[in-house]
Design a protein around this ligand. Structure first.
Ligand SMILES: O=P(O)(O)OC[C@H]1O[C@H](O)[C@H](O)[C@@H](O)[C@@H]1O
Length: 300
């Protein structure tokens, strides 16, 4: 059955397909998904600002990564560990994915997708989209006979009012590798603010809960990780943004990437027959103007 046919039959769901892109909406939320890359491109509860940033200059051509939403970096994050001829961030974000199943239960749309096989590893993705947020789980199964080392990231572009005003908390106690200065840094003890080009792999305690507080849009996004011991935080700032052909020069303040990952020292070795699940669950709460941080009671 085609992706559209799987979705179109669900009562309460409106589904449209344009090429590789599926738009999906209920009375409670709207989302967009690209089968090229298995990539969630957009999500917002009805009446809310977008939760994910999608570049208006994103390329949708075959073999090109789409800048925005949640590209899947798999089965390596960043440069290939041994072969500089391989594409950055792996093969999943430019591979065709297939929608295998779609269900709408109690207002939550659950989608199952299968993706590429590479080097003995197979990728599947579970997406849950509901009125109060979304969750992604990327599962990697080792179908081969030898252990395989791999790394990965859910490269989430979160839409914000202005990245210079947001605060990311939950990484205060985590040391990090900084790709901008090339150094390894101890924990700062403070929430993260964006004041210049930022490209870091943080190593928080497993399954960290991060909070992205946005005073301009009066909202806090809560990102709860699963199967992760690293978080990549990226914003290209002025010069790098100008060098990216698929991003408007002035778009860098409108997003921050906070990527639930197994990256850097948190790369994993998967035994034959074993499965690793990397997930993030994203929900929203109201902004607290007094503390520039979420109130505990704001959890959805
Ligand atoms: O331009 P891309 O290949 O999509 O990569 C975008 C960014 O992804 C990650 O966040 C990396 O840490 C950055 O070093 C990289 O610049």
């Amino acid at each position: 059955m085609t992706a559209l046919a799987l979705c179109a039959g669900l009562p309460g769901l409106t589904a449209h397909q344009h090429g590789e892109r599926l738009t999906l909406a209920t009375a409670d939320f709207a989302a967009e998904l690209s089968l090229a890359g298995g990539q969630l491109l957009g999500y917002a509860p009805t009446g809310q600002r977008p939760w994910l940033y999608l570049s208006p200059q994103a390329r949708s051509a075959a073999g090109k990564a789409i800048r925005g939403g949640v590209p899947l970096c798999w089965p390596w994050f960043g440069a290939h560990p041994d072969d500089p001829g391989q594409p950055a961030h792996g093969v999943a974000r430019t591979a065709p994915w297939r929608l295998d199943d779609a269900r709408l239960d109690a207002g939550v749309l659950a989608l199952q997708l299968s993706g590429p096989h590479h080097g003995g590893l197979a990728a599947t993705l579970t997406l849950e989209l509901g009125p109060a947020g979304f969750a992604l789980t990327l599962a990697t199964r080792n179908d081969g006979t030898a252990p395989v080392r791999f790394s990965q990231a859910l490269h989430s572009y979160f839409a914000v009012g202005d990245c210079r005003e947001v605060t990311l908390s939950g990484l205060e106690a985590a040391g990090y590798d900084d790709k901008v200065d090339g150094g390894r840094h101890p924990a700062s003890g403070a929430p993260l603010r964006f004041t210049s080009e930022t490209d870091r792999i943080y190593y928080p305690a497993p399954d960290a809960v991060l909070r992205l507080a946005d005073p301009q849009w009066q909202r806090v996004l809560t990102l709860a990780a699963q199967g992760s011991g690293s978080s990549v935080v990226w914003n290209p700032w002025v010069d790098k943004a100008a060098a990216l052909a698929d991003l408007p020069d002035d778009a860098w303040p409108r997003f921050v990437c906070v990527e639930t990952a197994n990256a850097g020292d948190d790369a994993r070795v998967l035994a034959p027959g074993a499965t690793q699940r990397l997930g993030v669950r994203v929900s929203a709460g109201a902004f607290d103007p007094c503390s520039n941080a979420p109130r505990p009671t704001d959890a959805v």
